[in-house]
Design a protein around this ligand. Structure first.
Ligand SMILES: [Zn+2]
Length: 466
């Protein structure tokens, strides 16, 4: 009998990993890293199946919590193919290789710290995986077109459908030879992404595996364009630079497109715009190589040879020297850099130089989790004399702190429900994943009450017959 095993993102929001078994074949859907600090030890656990015996892997999209454990799977013996959309085959290598570098750095840092403290870890200091192992994993990726059946193992066929979460993100529909069907939502977009189509609803299945990251929250409608226009207009009047912490995948490119649109409406002052993130620049290239993953409006522009991300004053700063050159610009610059929550990356250097300038602006365009530097800075908004700690020094926040609301990569509660309700054919059974303990259980109850489906929130490691 076909079955599903929930090997991650089960009552948690990261570490997506699910095993579909049918007709003696095994296919893994996503192989993500657990990112919550208290769950990171799980990344080191032995795989609950011999990697060599897996027939194939399928990725819903290229975020780290969906593909970040793939290098370890390959290093431990997986020799099959990794199926994904063409755009994900562009993004996942950037994410995995970057993660490999960070894993190596972490291991070196820990070894150094322990040496200074005069202790040693009995099991040594090997990284979770290396950048080279990530490269090995990247060579197994095969990009497929949208909505086209792909046989990933004898008797198991899949197809990819736009999910609207990040470039290349897919709903993946499984069909087994015995007629069993399962739709994996991956991460679901809001439906309002200005660059991407989806989530679509014409690919329903009897069984639905659905994310619930925001299954207990709503995204109130916001006019992003008007807010952005207002912030940039007053920032230009203040005469300083605008520092924008943003995620390298999707958010940075969305901001460029929104700036492009403001300019087309003659609402953009002659800013110089710096995309100061090698990862965001890499993703921009993946966008340009995959017009068929974009909304028709964007696709048409690209097909006509127009670049929806181009601006007259745009500079892409891939290397460190070019990035440092931005320091010489005192006014009229918009700098987009990561990390999105300011807890690492080039953004920290820009914040260090700008927080004490009263003509500068820091503009937040995404959620800032508690405990991050981003949240600390955001919370100084409207207060005076507040200080934050950066590179071991305190900086007084004298610049303007602004926030544009309405950017979200994940569907809110009623958006997920509306999507689920519109699925054709309609599911009869749902498995709620990718959300906290209470959120997944609450959302499963919501699906039972509203639609009469059999709906559960599986536990970590649980196997359920289909
Ligand atoms: Zn995601």
């Amino acid at each position: 009998m076909p079955s599903l095993s929930f090997l991650g993102a089960a009552r948690t929001v990261t570490g997506s990993r699910h095993l579909f078994e049918a007709a003696g074949r095994r296919v893994l859907i996503d192989c993500g890293l657990h990112q919550e600090r208290e769950l990171q030890a799980r990344n080191w656990d032995a795989f609950p199946f011999p990697p060599r015996e897996l027939d194939a892997v399928v990725l819903t999209h290229g975020h780290l919590d969906h593909c970040g454990l793939l290098p370890r799977l390959v290093a431990q013996g997986f020799r099959g193919q990794v199926h994904c959309t063409a755009a994900t085959a562009g993004i996942a290598p950037l994410v995995m290789i970057d993660s490999g570098r960070l894993q190596e750095e972490d291991a070196r840092f820990k070894e150094k710290r322990h040496a200074a403290e005069g202790r040693q870890k009995p099991q040594g200091y090997a990284p979770l995986y290396t950048a080279e192992q990530a490269q090995d994993a990247a060579r197994r990726l095969i990009g497929h077109p949208w909505r086209t059946p792909v046989t990933v193992a004898p008797g198991i066929t899949i197809s990819f459908h736009p999910a609207g979460h990040i470039l290349g993100s897919a709903l993946v529909r499984f069909q087994a030879a015995d007629g069993t069907t399962v739709l994996f939502s991956g991460d679901l977009g809001t439906g309002g992404n200005p660059l991407l189509e989806g989530p679509v609803t014409d690919c329903g299945a009897a069984n639905l595996v659905v994310e619930s990251t925001y299954g207990d929250r709503e995204h109130p409608p916001e006019d992003v364009a008007t807010q952005l226009d207002g912030v940039l207009t007053s920032a230009w009047r203040r005469g300083g630079n605008v520092i924008v912490p943003c995620f390298a995948i999707e958010r940075a490119q969305e901001i460029l497109w929104r700036l492009h649109q403001l300019r087309a409406r003659q609402r953009l002052a002659p800013w110089r715009v710096y995309l100061d993130s090698p990862m965001a620049i890499g993703v921009l290239e993946v966008f340009k190589a995959n017009p068929d993953s974009c909304l028709p409006e964007i696709r048409r522009m690209m097909e006509q040879g127009l670049d929806p991300f181009d601006l007259p004053g745009l500079t892409l700063t891939a290397n460190r020297e070019e990035s440092k050159a931005i320091n010489l610009v005192e006014r009229g610059a918009i700098v987009l850099a990561g990390a999105g929550m300011c807890n690492g990356g080039r953004i920290k250097h820009h914040l260090d130089r700008h927080l004490e300038r009263d003509n500068a602006t820091v503009l937040f365009v995404g959620y800032q989790a508690s405990g991050t530097l981003g949240r600390q800075i955001l919370e100084t908004r409207g207060k005076s004399g507040e200080r934050v700690r950066l590179f071991g020094r305190f900086r007084e926040v004298r610049c303007a702190i602004e926030q544009v609301r309405g950017f979200s990569g994940h569907a809110g509660k009623s958006q997920i429900l509306a999507w689920a309700a519109a699925l054709t054919p309609a599911p009869t059974r749902a498995f709620v994943i990718h959300g906290g303990e209470n959120v997944t259980q609450g959302f499963a109850a919501e699906l039972r009450d509203r639609f009469g489906w059999e709906a559960v929130a599986p536990e970590y490691g649980q196997t359920l017959a289909l």
